[in-house]
Design a protein around this ligand. Structure first.
Ligand SMILES: [Ca+2]
Ligand SMILES: [Ca+2]
Ligand SMILES: [Ca+2]
Ligand SMILES: [Ca+2]
Length: 407
């Protein structure tokens, strides 16, 4: 909770700035010494309006020394986010402000000169948090065949941050970088089991600019190998690309997706070559009414993977059981309302340790706590029941904010 409190403090600083008219402004060039700050530097001034004496740095500074509590205005001309702390040594609890890069001539006022340390980071959450969130999972009594990148029967999480990096979280609260850049160029990320036949879970991503579908083979350690093209630009016409598990019964993982133009649901069977076979229609219409598909794994206990889907207009969550015919059976309600308050529904298998698939969710700003909405960035854990439905959600961690997707 102290992190959340701290984030609140940072927001208050921002409001105070806005209220006193000292927030970021475009000063007239003739009057502004803010132009004196060279590109690539963070500069602070003793004056309120980028005037007086100027101090500059292009590296993080844990103790401003003689400039401690002297900066009354500043500009960030680096390409990083500058965390401007009230305390030394980047201690966030006393309050901080996350300053995005400023344009030349812009500056930010500080009503009280309290700055004591400055740190440069790639994403806002790194002012007070690791770049990745804390993910915990219990060892499952059995291997479910998905959700586990490194084969230890603990459900893993893959996290994309706002800088376009990809992180692997093995379920013990730690994280490891597995993709250093460029992942924000993908507009679909999904994984569920093994596609290329080596027994290791793989990740599938769609490139936004081209519509191409790429397979990133898992190496069995949580890392990803060299990607392979598995789908042409035609994937641009699809929505909700979802790795699903083996619906066709040939022990190969399959993919499902909704055709935007028609609302049809298609199944793309995995093949022995690691590519996808000829698609099959498994839902004739109406799937555009769904705004999330979730490849849950086998929640009904018949050995076939099952689908959850969220209805946009009602926020209901439906279970579509996989059938022996390689299709989906009659749907059943598993969540009666409120599911539109979730930004992400993340099926990573059994993280509670009872052998049944569970569902992780991250809230958006519609999420209500204590009668008030606005609580984005909570991890809510839903343990699976043997009926295929879910137990009540448990608020697990409030620090899943400021990220850009999970799978
Ligand atoms: Ca694992
Ligand atoms: Ca594989
Ligand atoms: Ca099933
Ligand atoms: Ca479970």
């Amino acid at each position: 909770m102290r992190n959340r409190f701290n984030r609140g403090m940072a927001t208050l600083v921002g409001l105070a700035l806005a209220g006193t008219g000292l927030a970021t402004v475009n000063a007239a060039p003739a009057a502004a010494s803010s132009y004196d700050c060279p590109a690539g530097y963070f500069c602070g001034w003793t004056g309120k309006s980028a005037n007086g004496s100027m101090w500059k740095t292009n590296k993080s500074v844990a103790d401003l020394g003689s400039w401690d509590n002297k900066i009354r205005s500043y500009t960030n001309r680096t390409k990083s986010i500058a965390c401007v702390y009230e305390d030394k040594n980047y201690v966030p609890w006393g309050g901080y402000w996350a300053q995005a890069p400023n344009k030349s001539g812009e500056w930010n006022g500080d009503p009280v000169a309290t700055t004591s340390s400055i740190k440069f980071v790639r994403t806002e959450r790194e002012c007070s948090q690791p770049a990745y969130p804390r993910w915990f999972s219990q060892t499952s009594p059995k291997a479910l065949g998905f959700g586990d990148m490194n084969g230890d029967r603990r459900a893993d999480m893959i996290i994309r941050d706002k800088a376009g990096r990809l992180w692997f979280a093995p379920g013990n609260g730690t994280g490891r970088l597995i993709g250093s850049s460029g992942w924000n160029g993908m507009n679909a990320l999904t994984r569920h089991g093994d596609f290329n036949g080596d027994g290791r879970e793989d990740l599938i991503a769609r490139e936004a600019s081209t519509g191409k579908l790429w397979l990133y083979p898992g190496t069995g350690t949580g890392s990803l190998g060299a990607r392979k093209l598995i789908g042409s630009s035609s994937w641009k016409s699809m929505n909700h690309i979802t790795a699903f598990g083996d619906l066709t019964g040939d022990r190969r993982s399959d993919l499902i997706a909704v055709e935007k133009a028609t609302g049809k649901l298609w199944l793309y069977p995995g093949t022995s070559t690691g590519k996808l076979g000829a698609r099959k229609l498994i839902g004739s219409s109406g799937w555009n009414r769904m705004n999330a598909l979730v490849g849950m794994g086998d929640v009904t206990g018949d050995g076939r993977p099952d689908l959850y889907a969220r209805e946009a207009s009602t926020g209901k969550l439906w279970l579509y059981p996989g059938t022996s015919a390689g299709k989906l059976g009659t749907r059943k309600l598993v969540g009666s309302s409120g599911w539109n308050a979730m930004a992400n529904l993340i099926p990573v298998g059994d993280f509670s340790g009872d052998g049944r698939p569970d569902l992780a969710a991250v809230t958006n700003k519609k999420y209500v706590i204590g009668g008030h909405s606005g609580h984005l960035g909570w991890l809510v854990s839903y343990r699976g029941r043997d009926t295929g439905s879910l137990m009540a959600g448990e608020r697990t961690d409030g620090e899943w904010w400021g990220l850009n997707g999970f799978c």
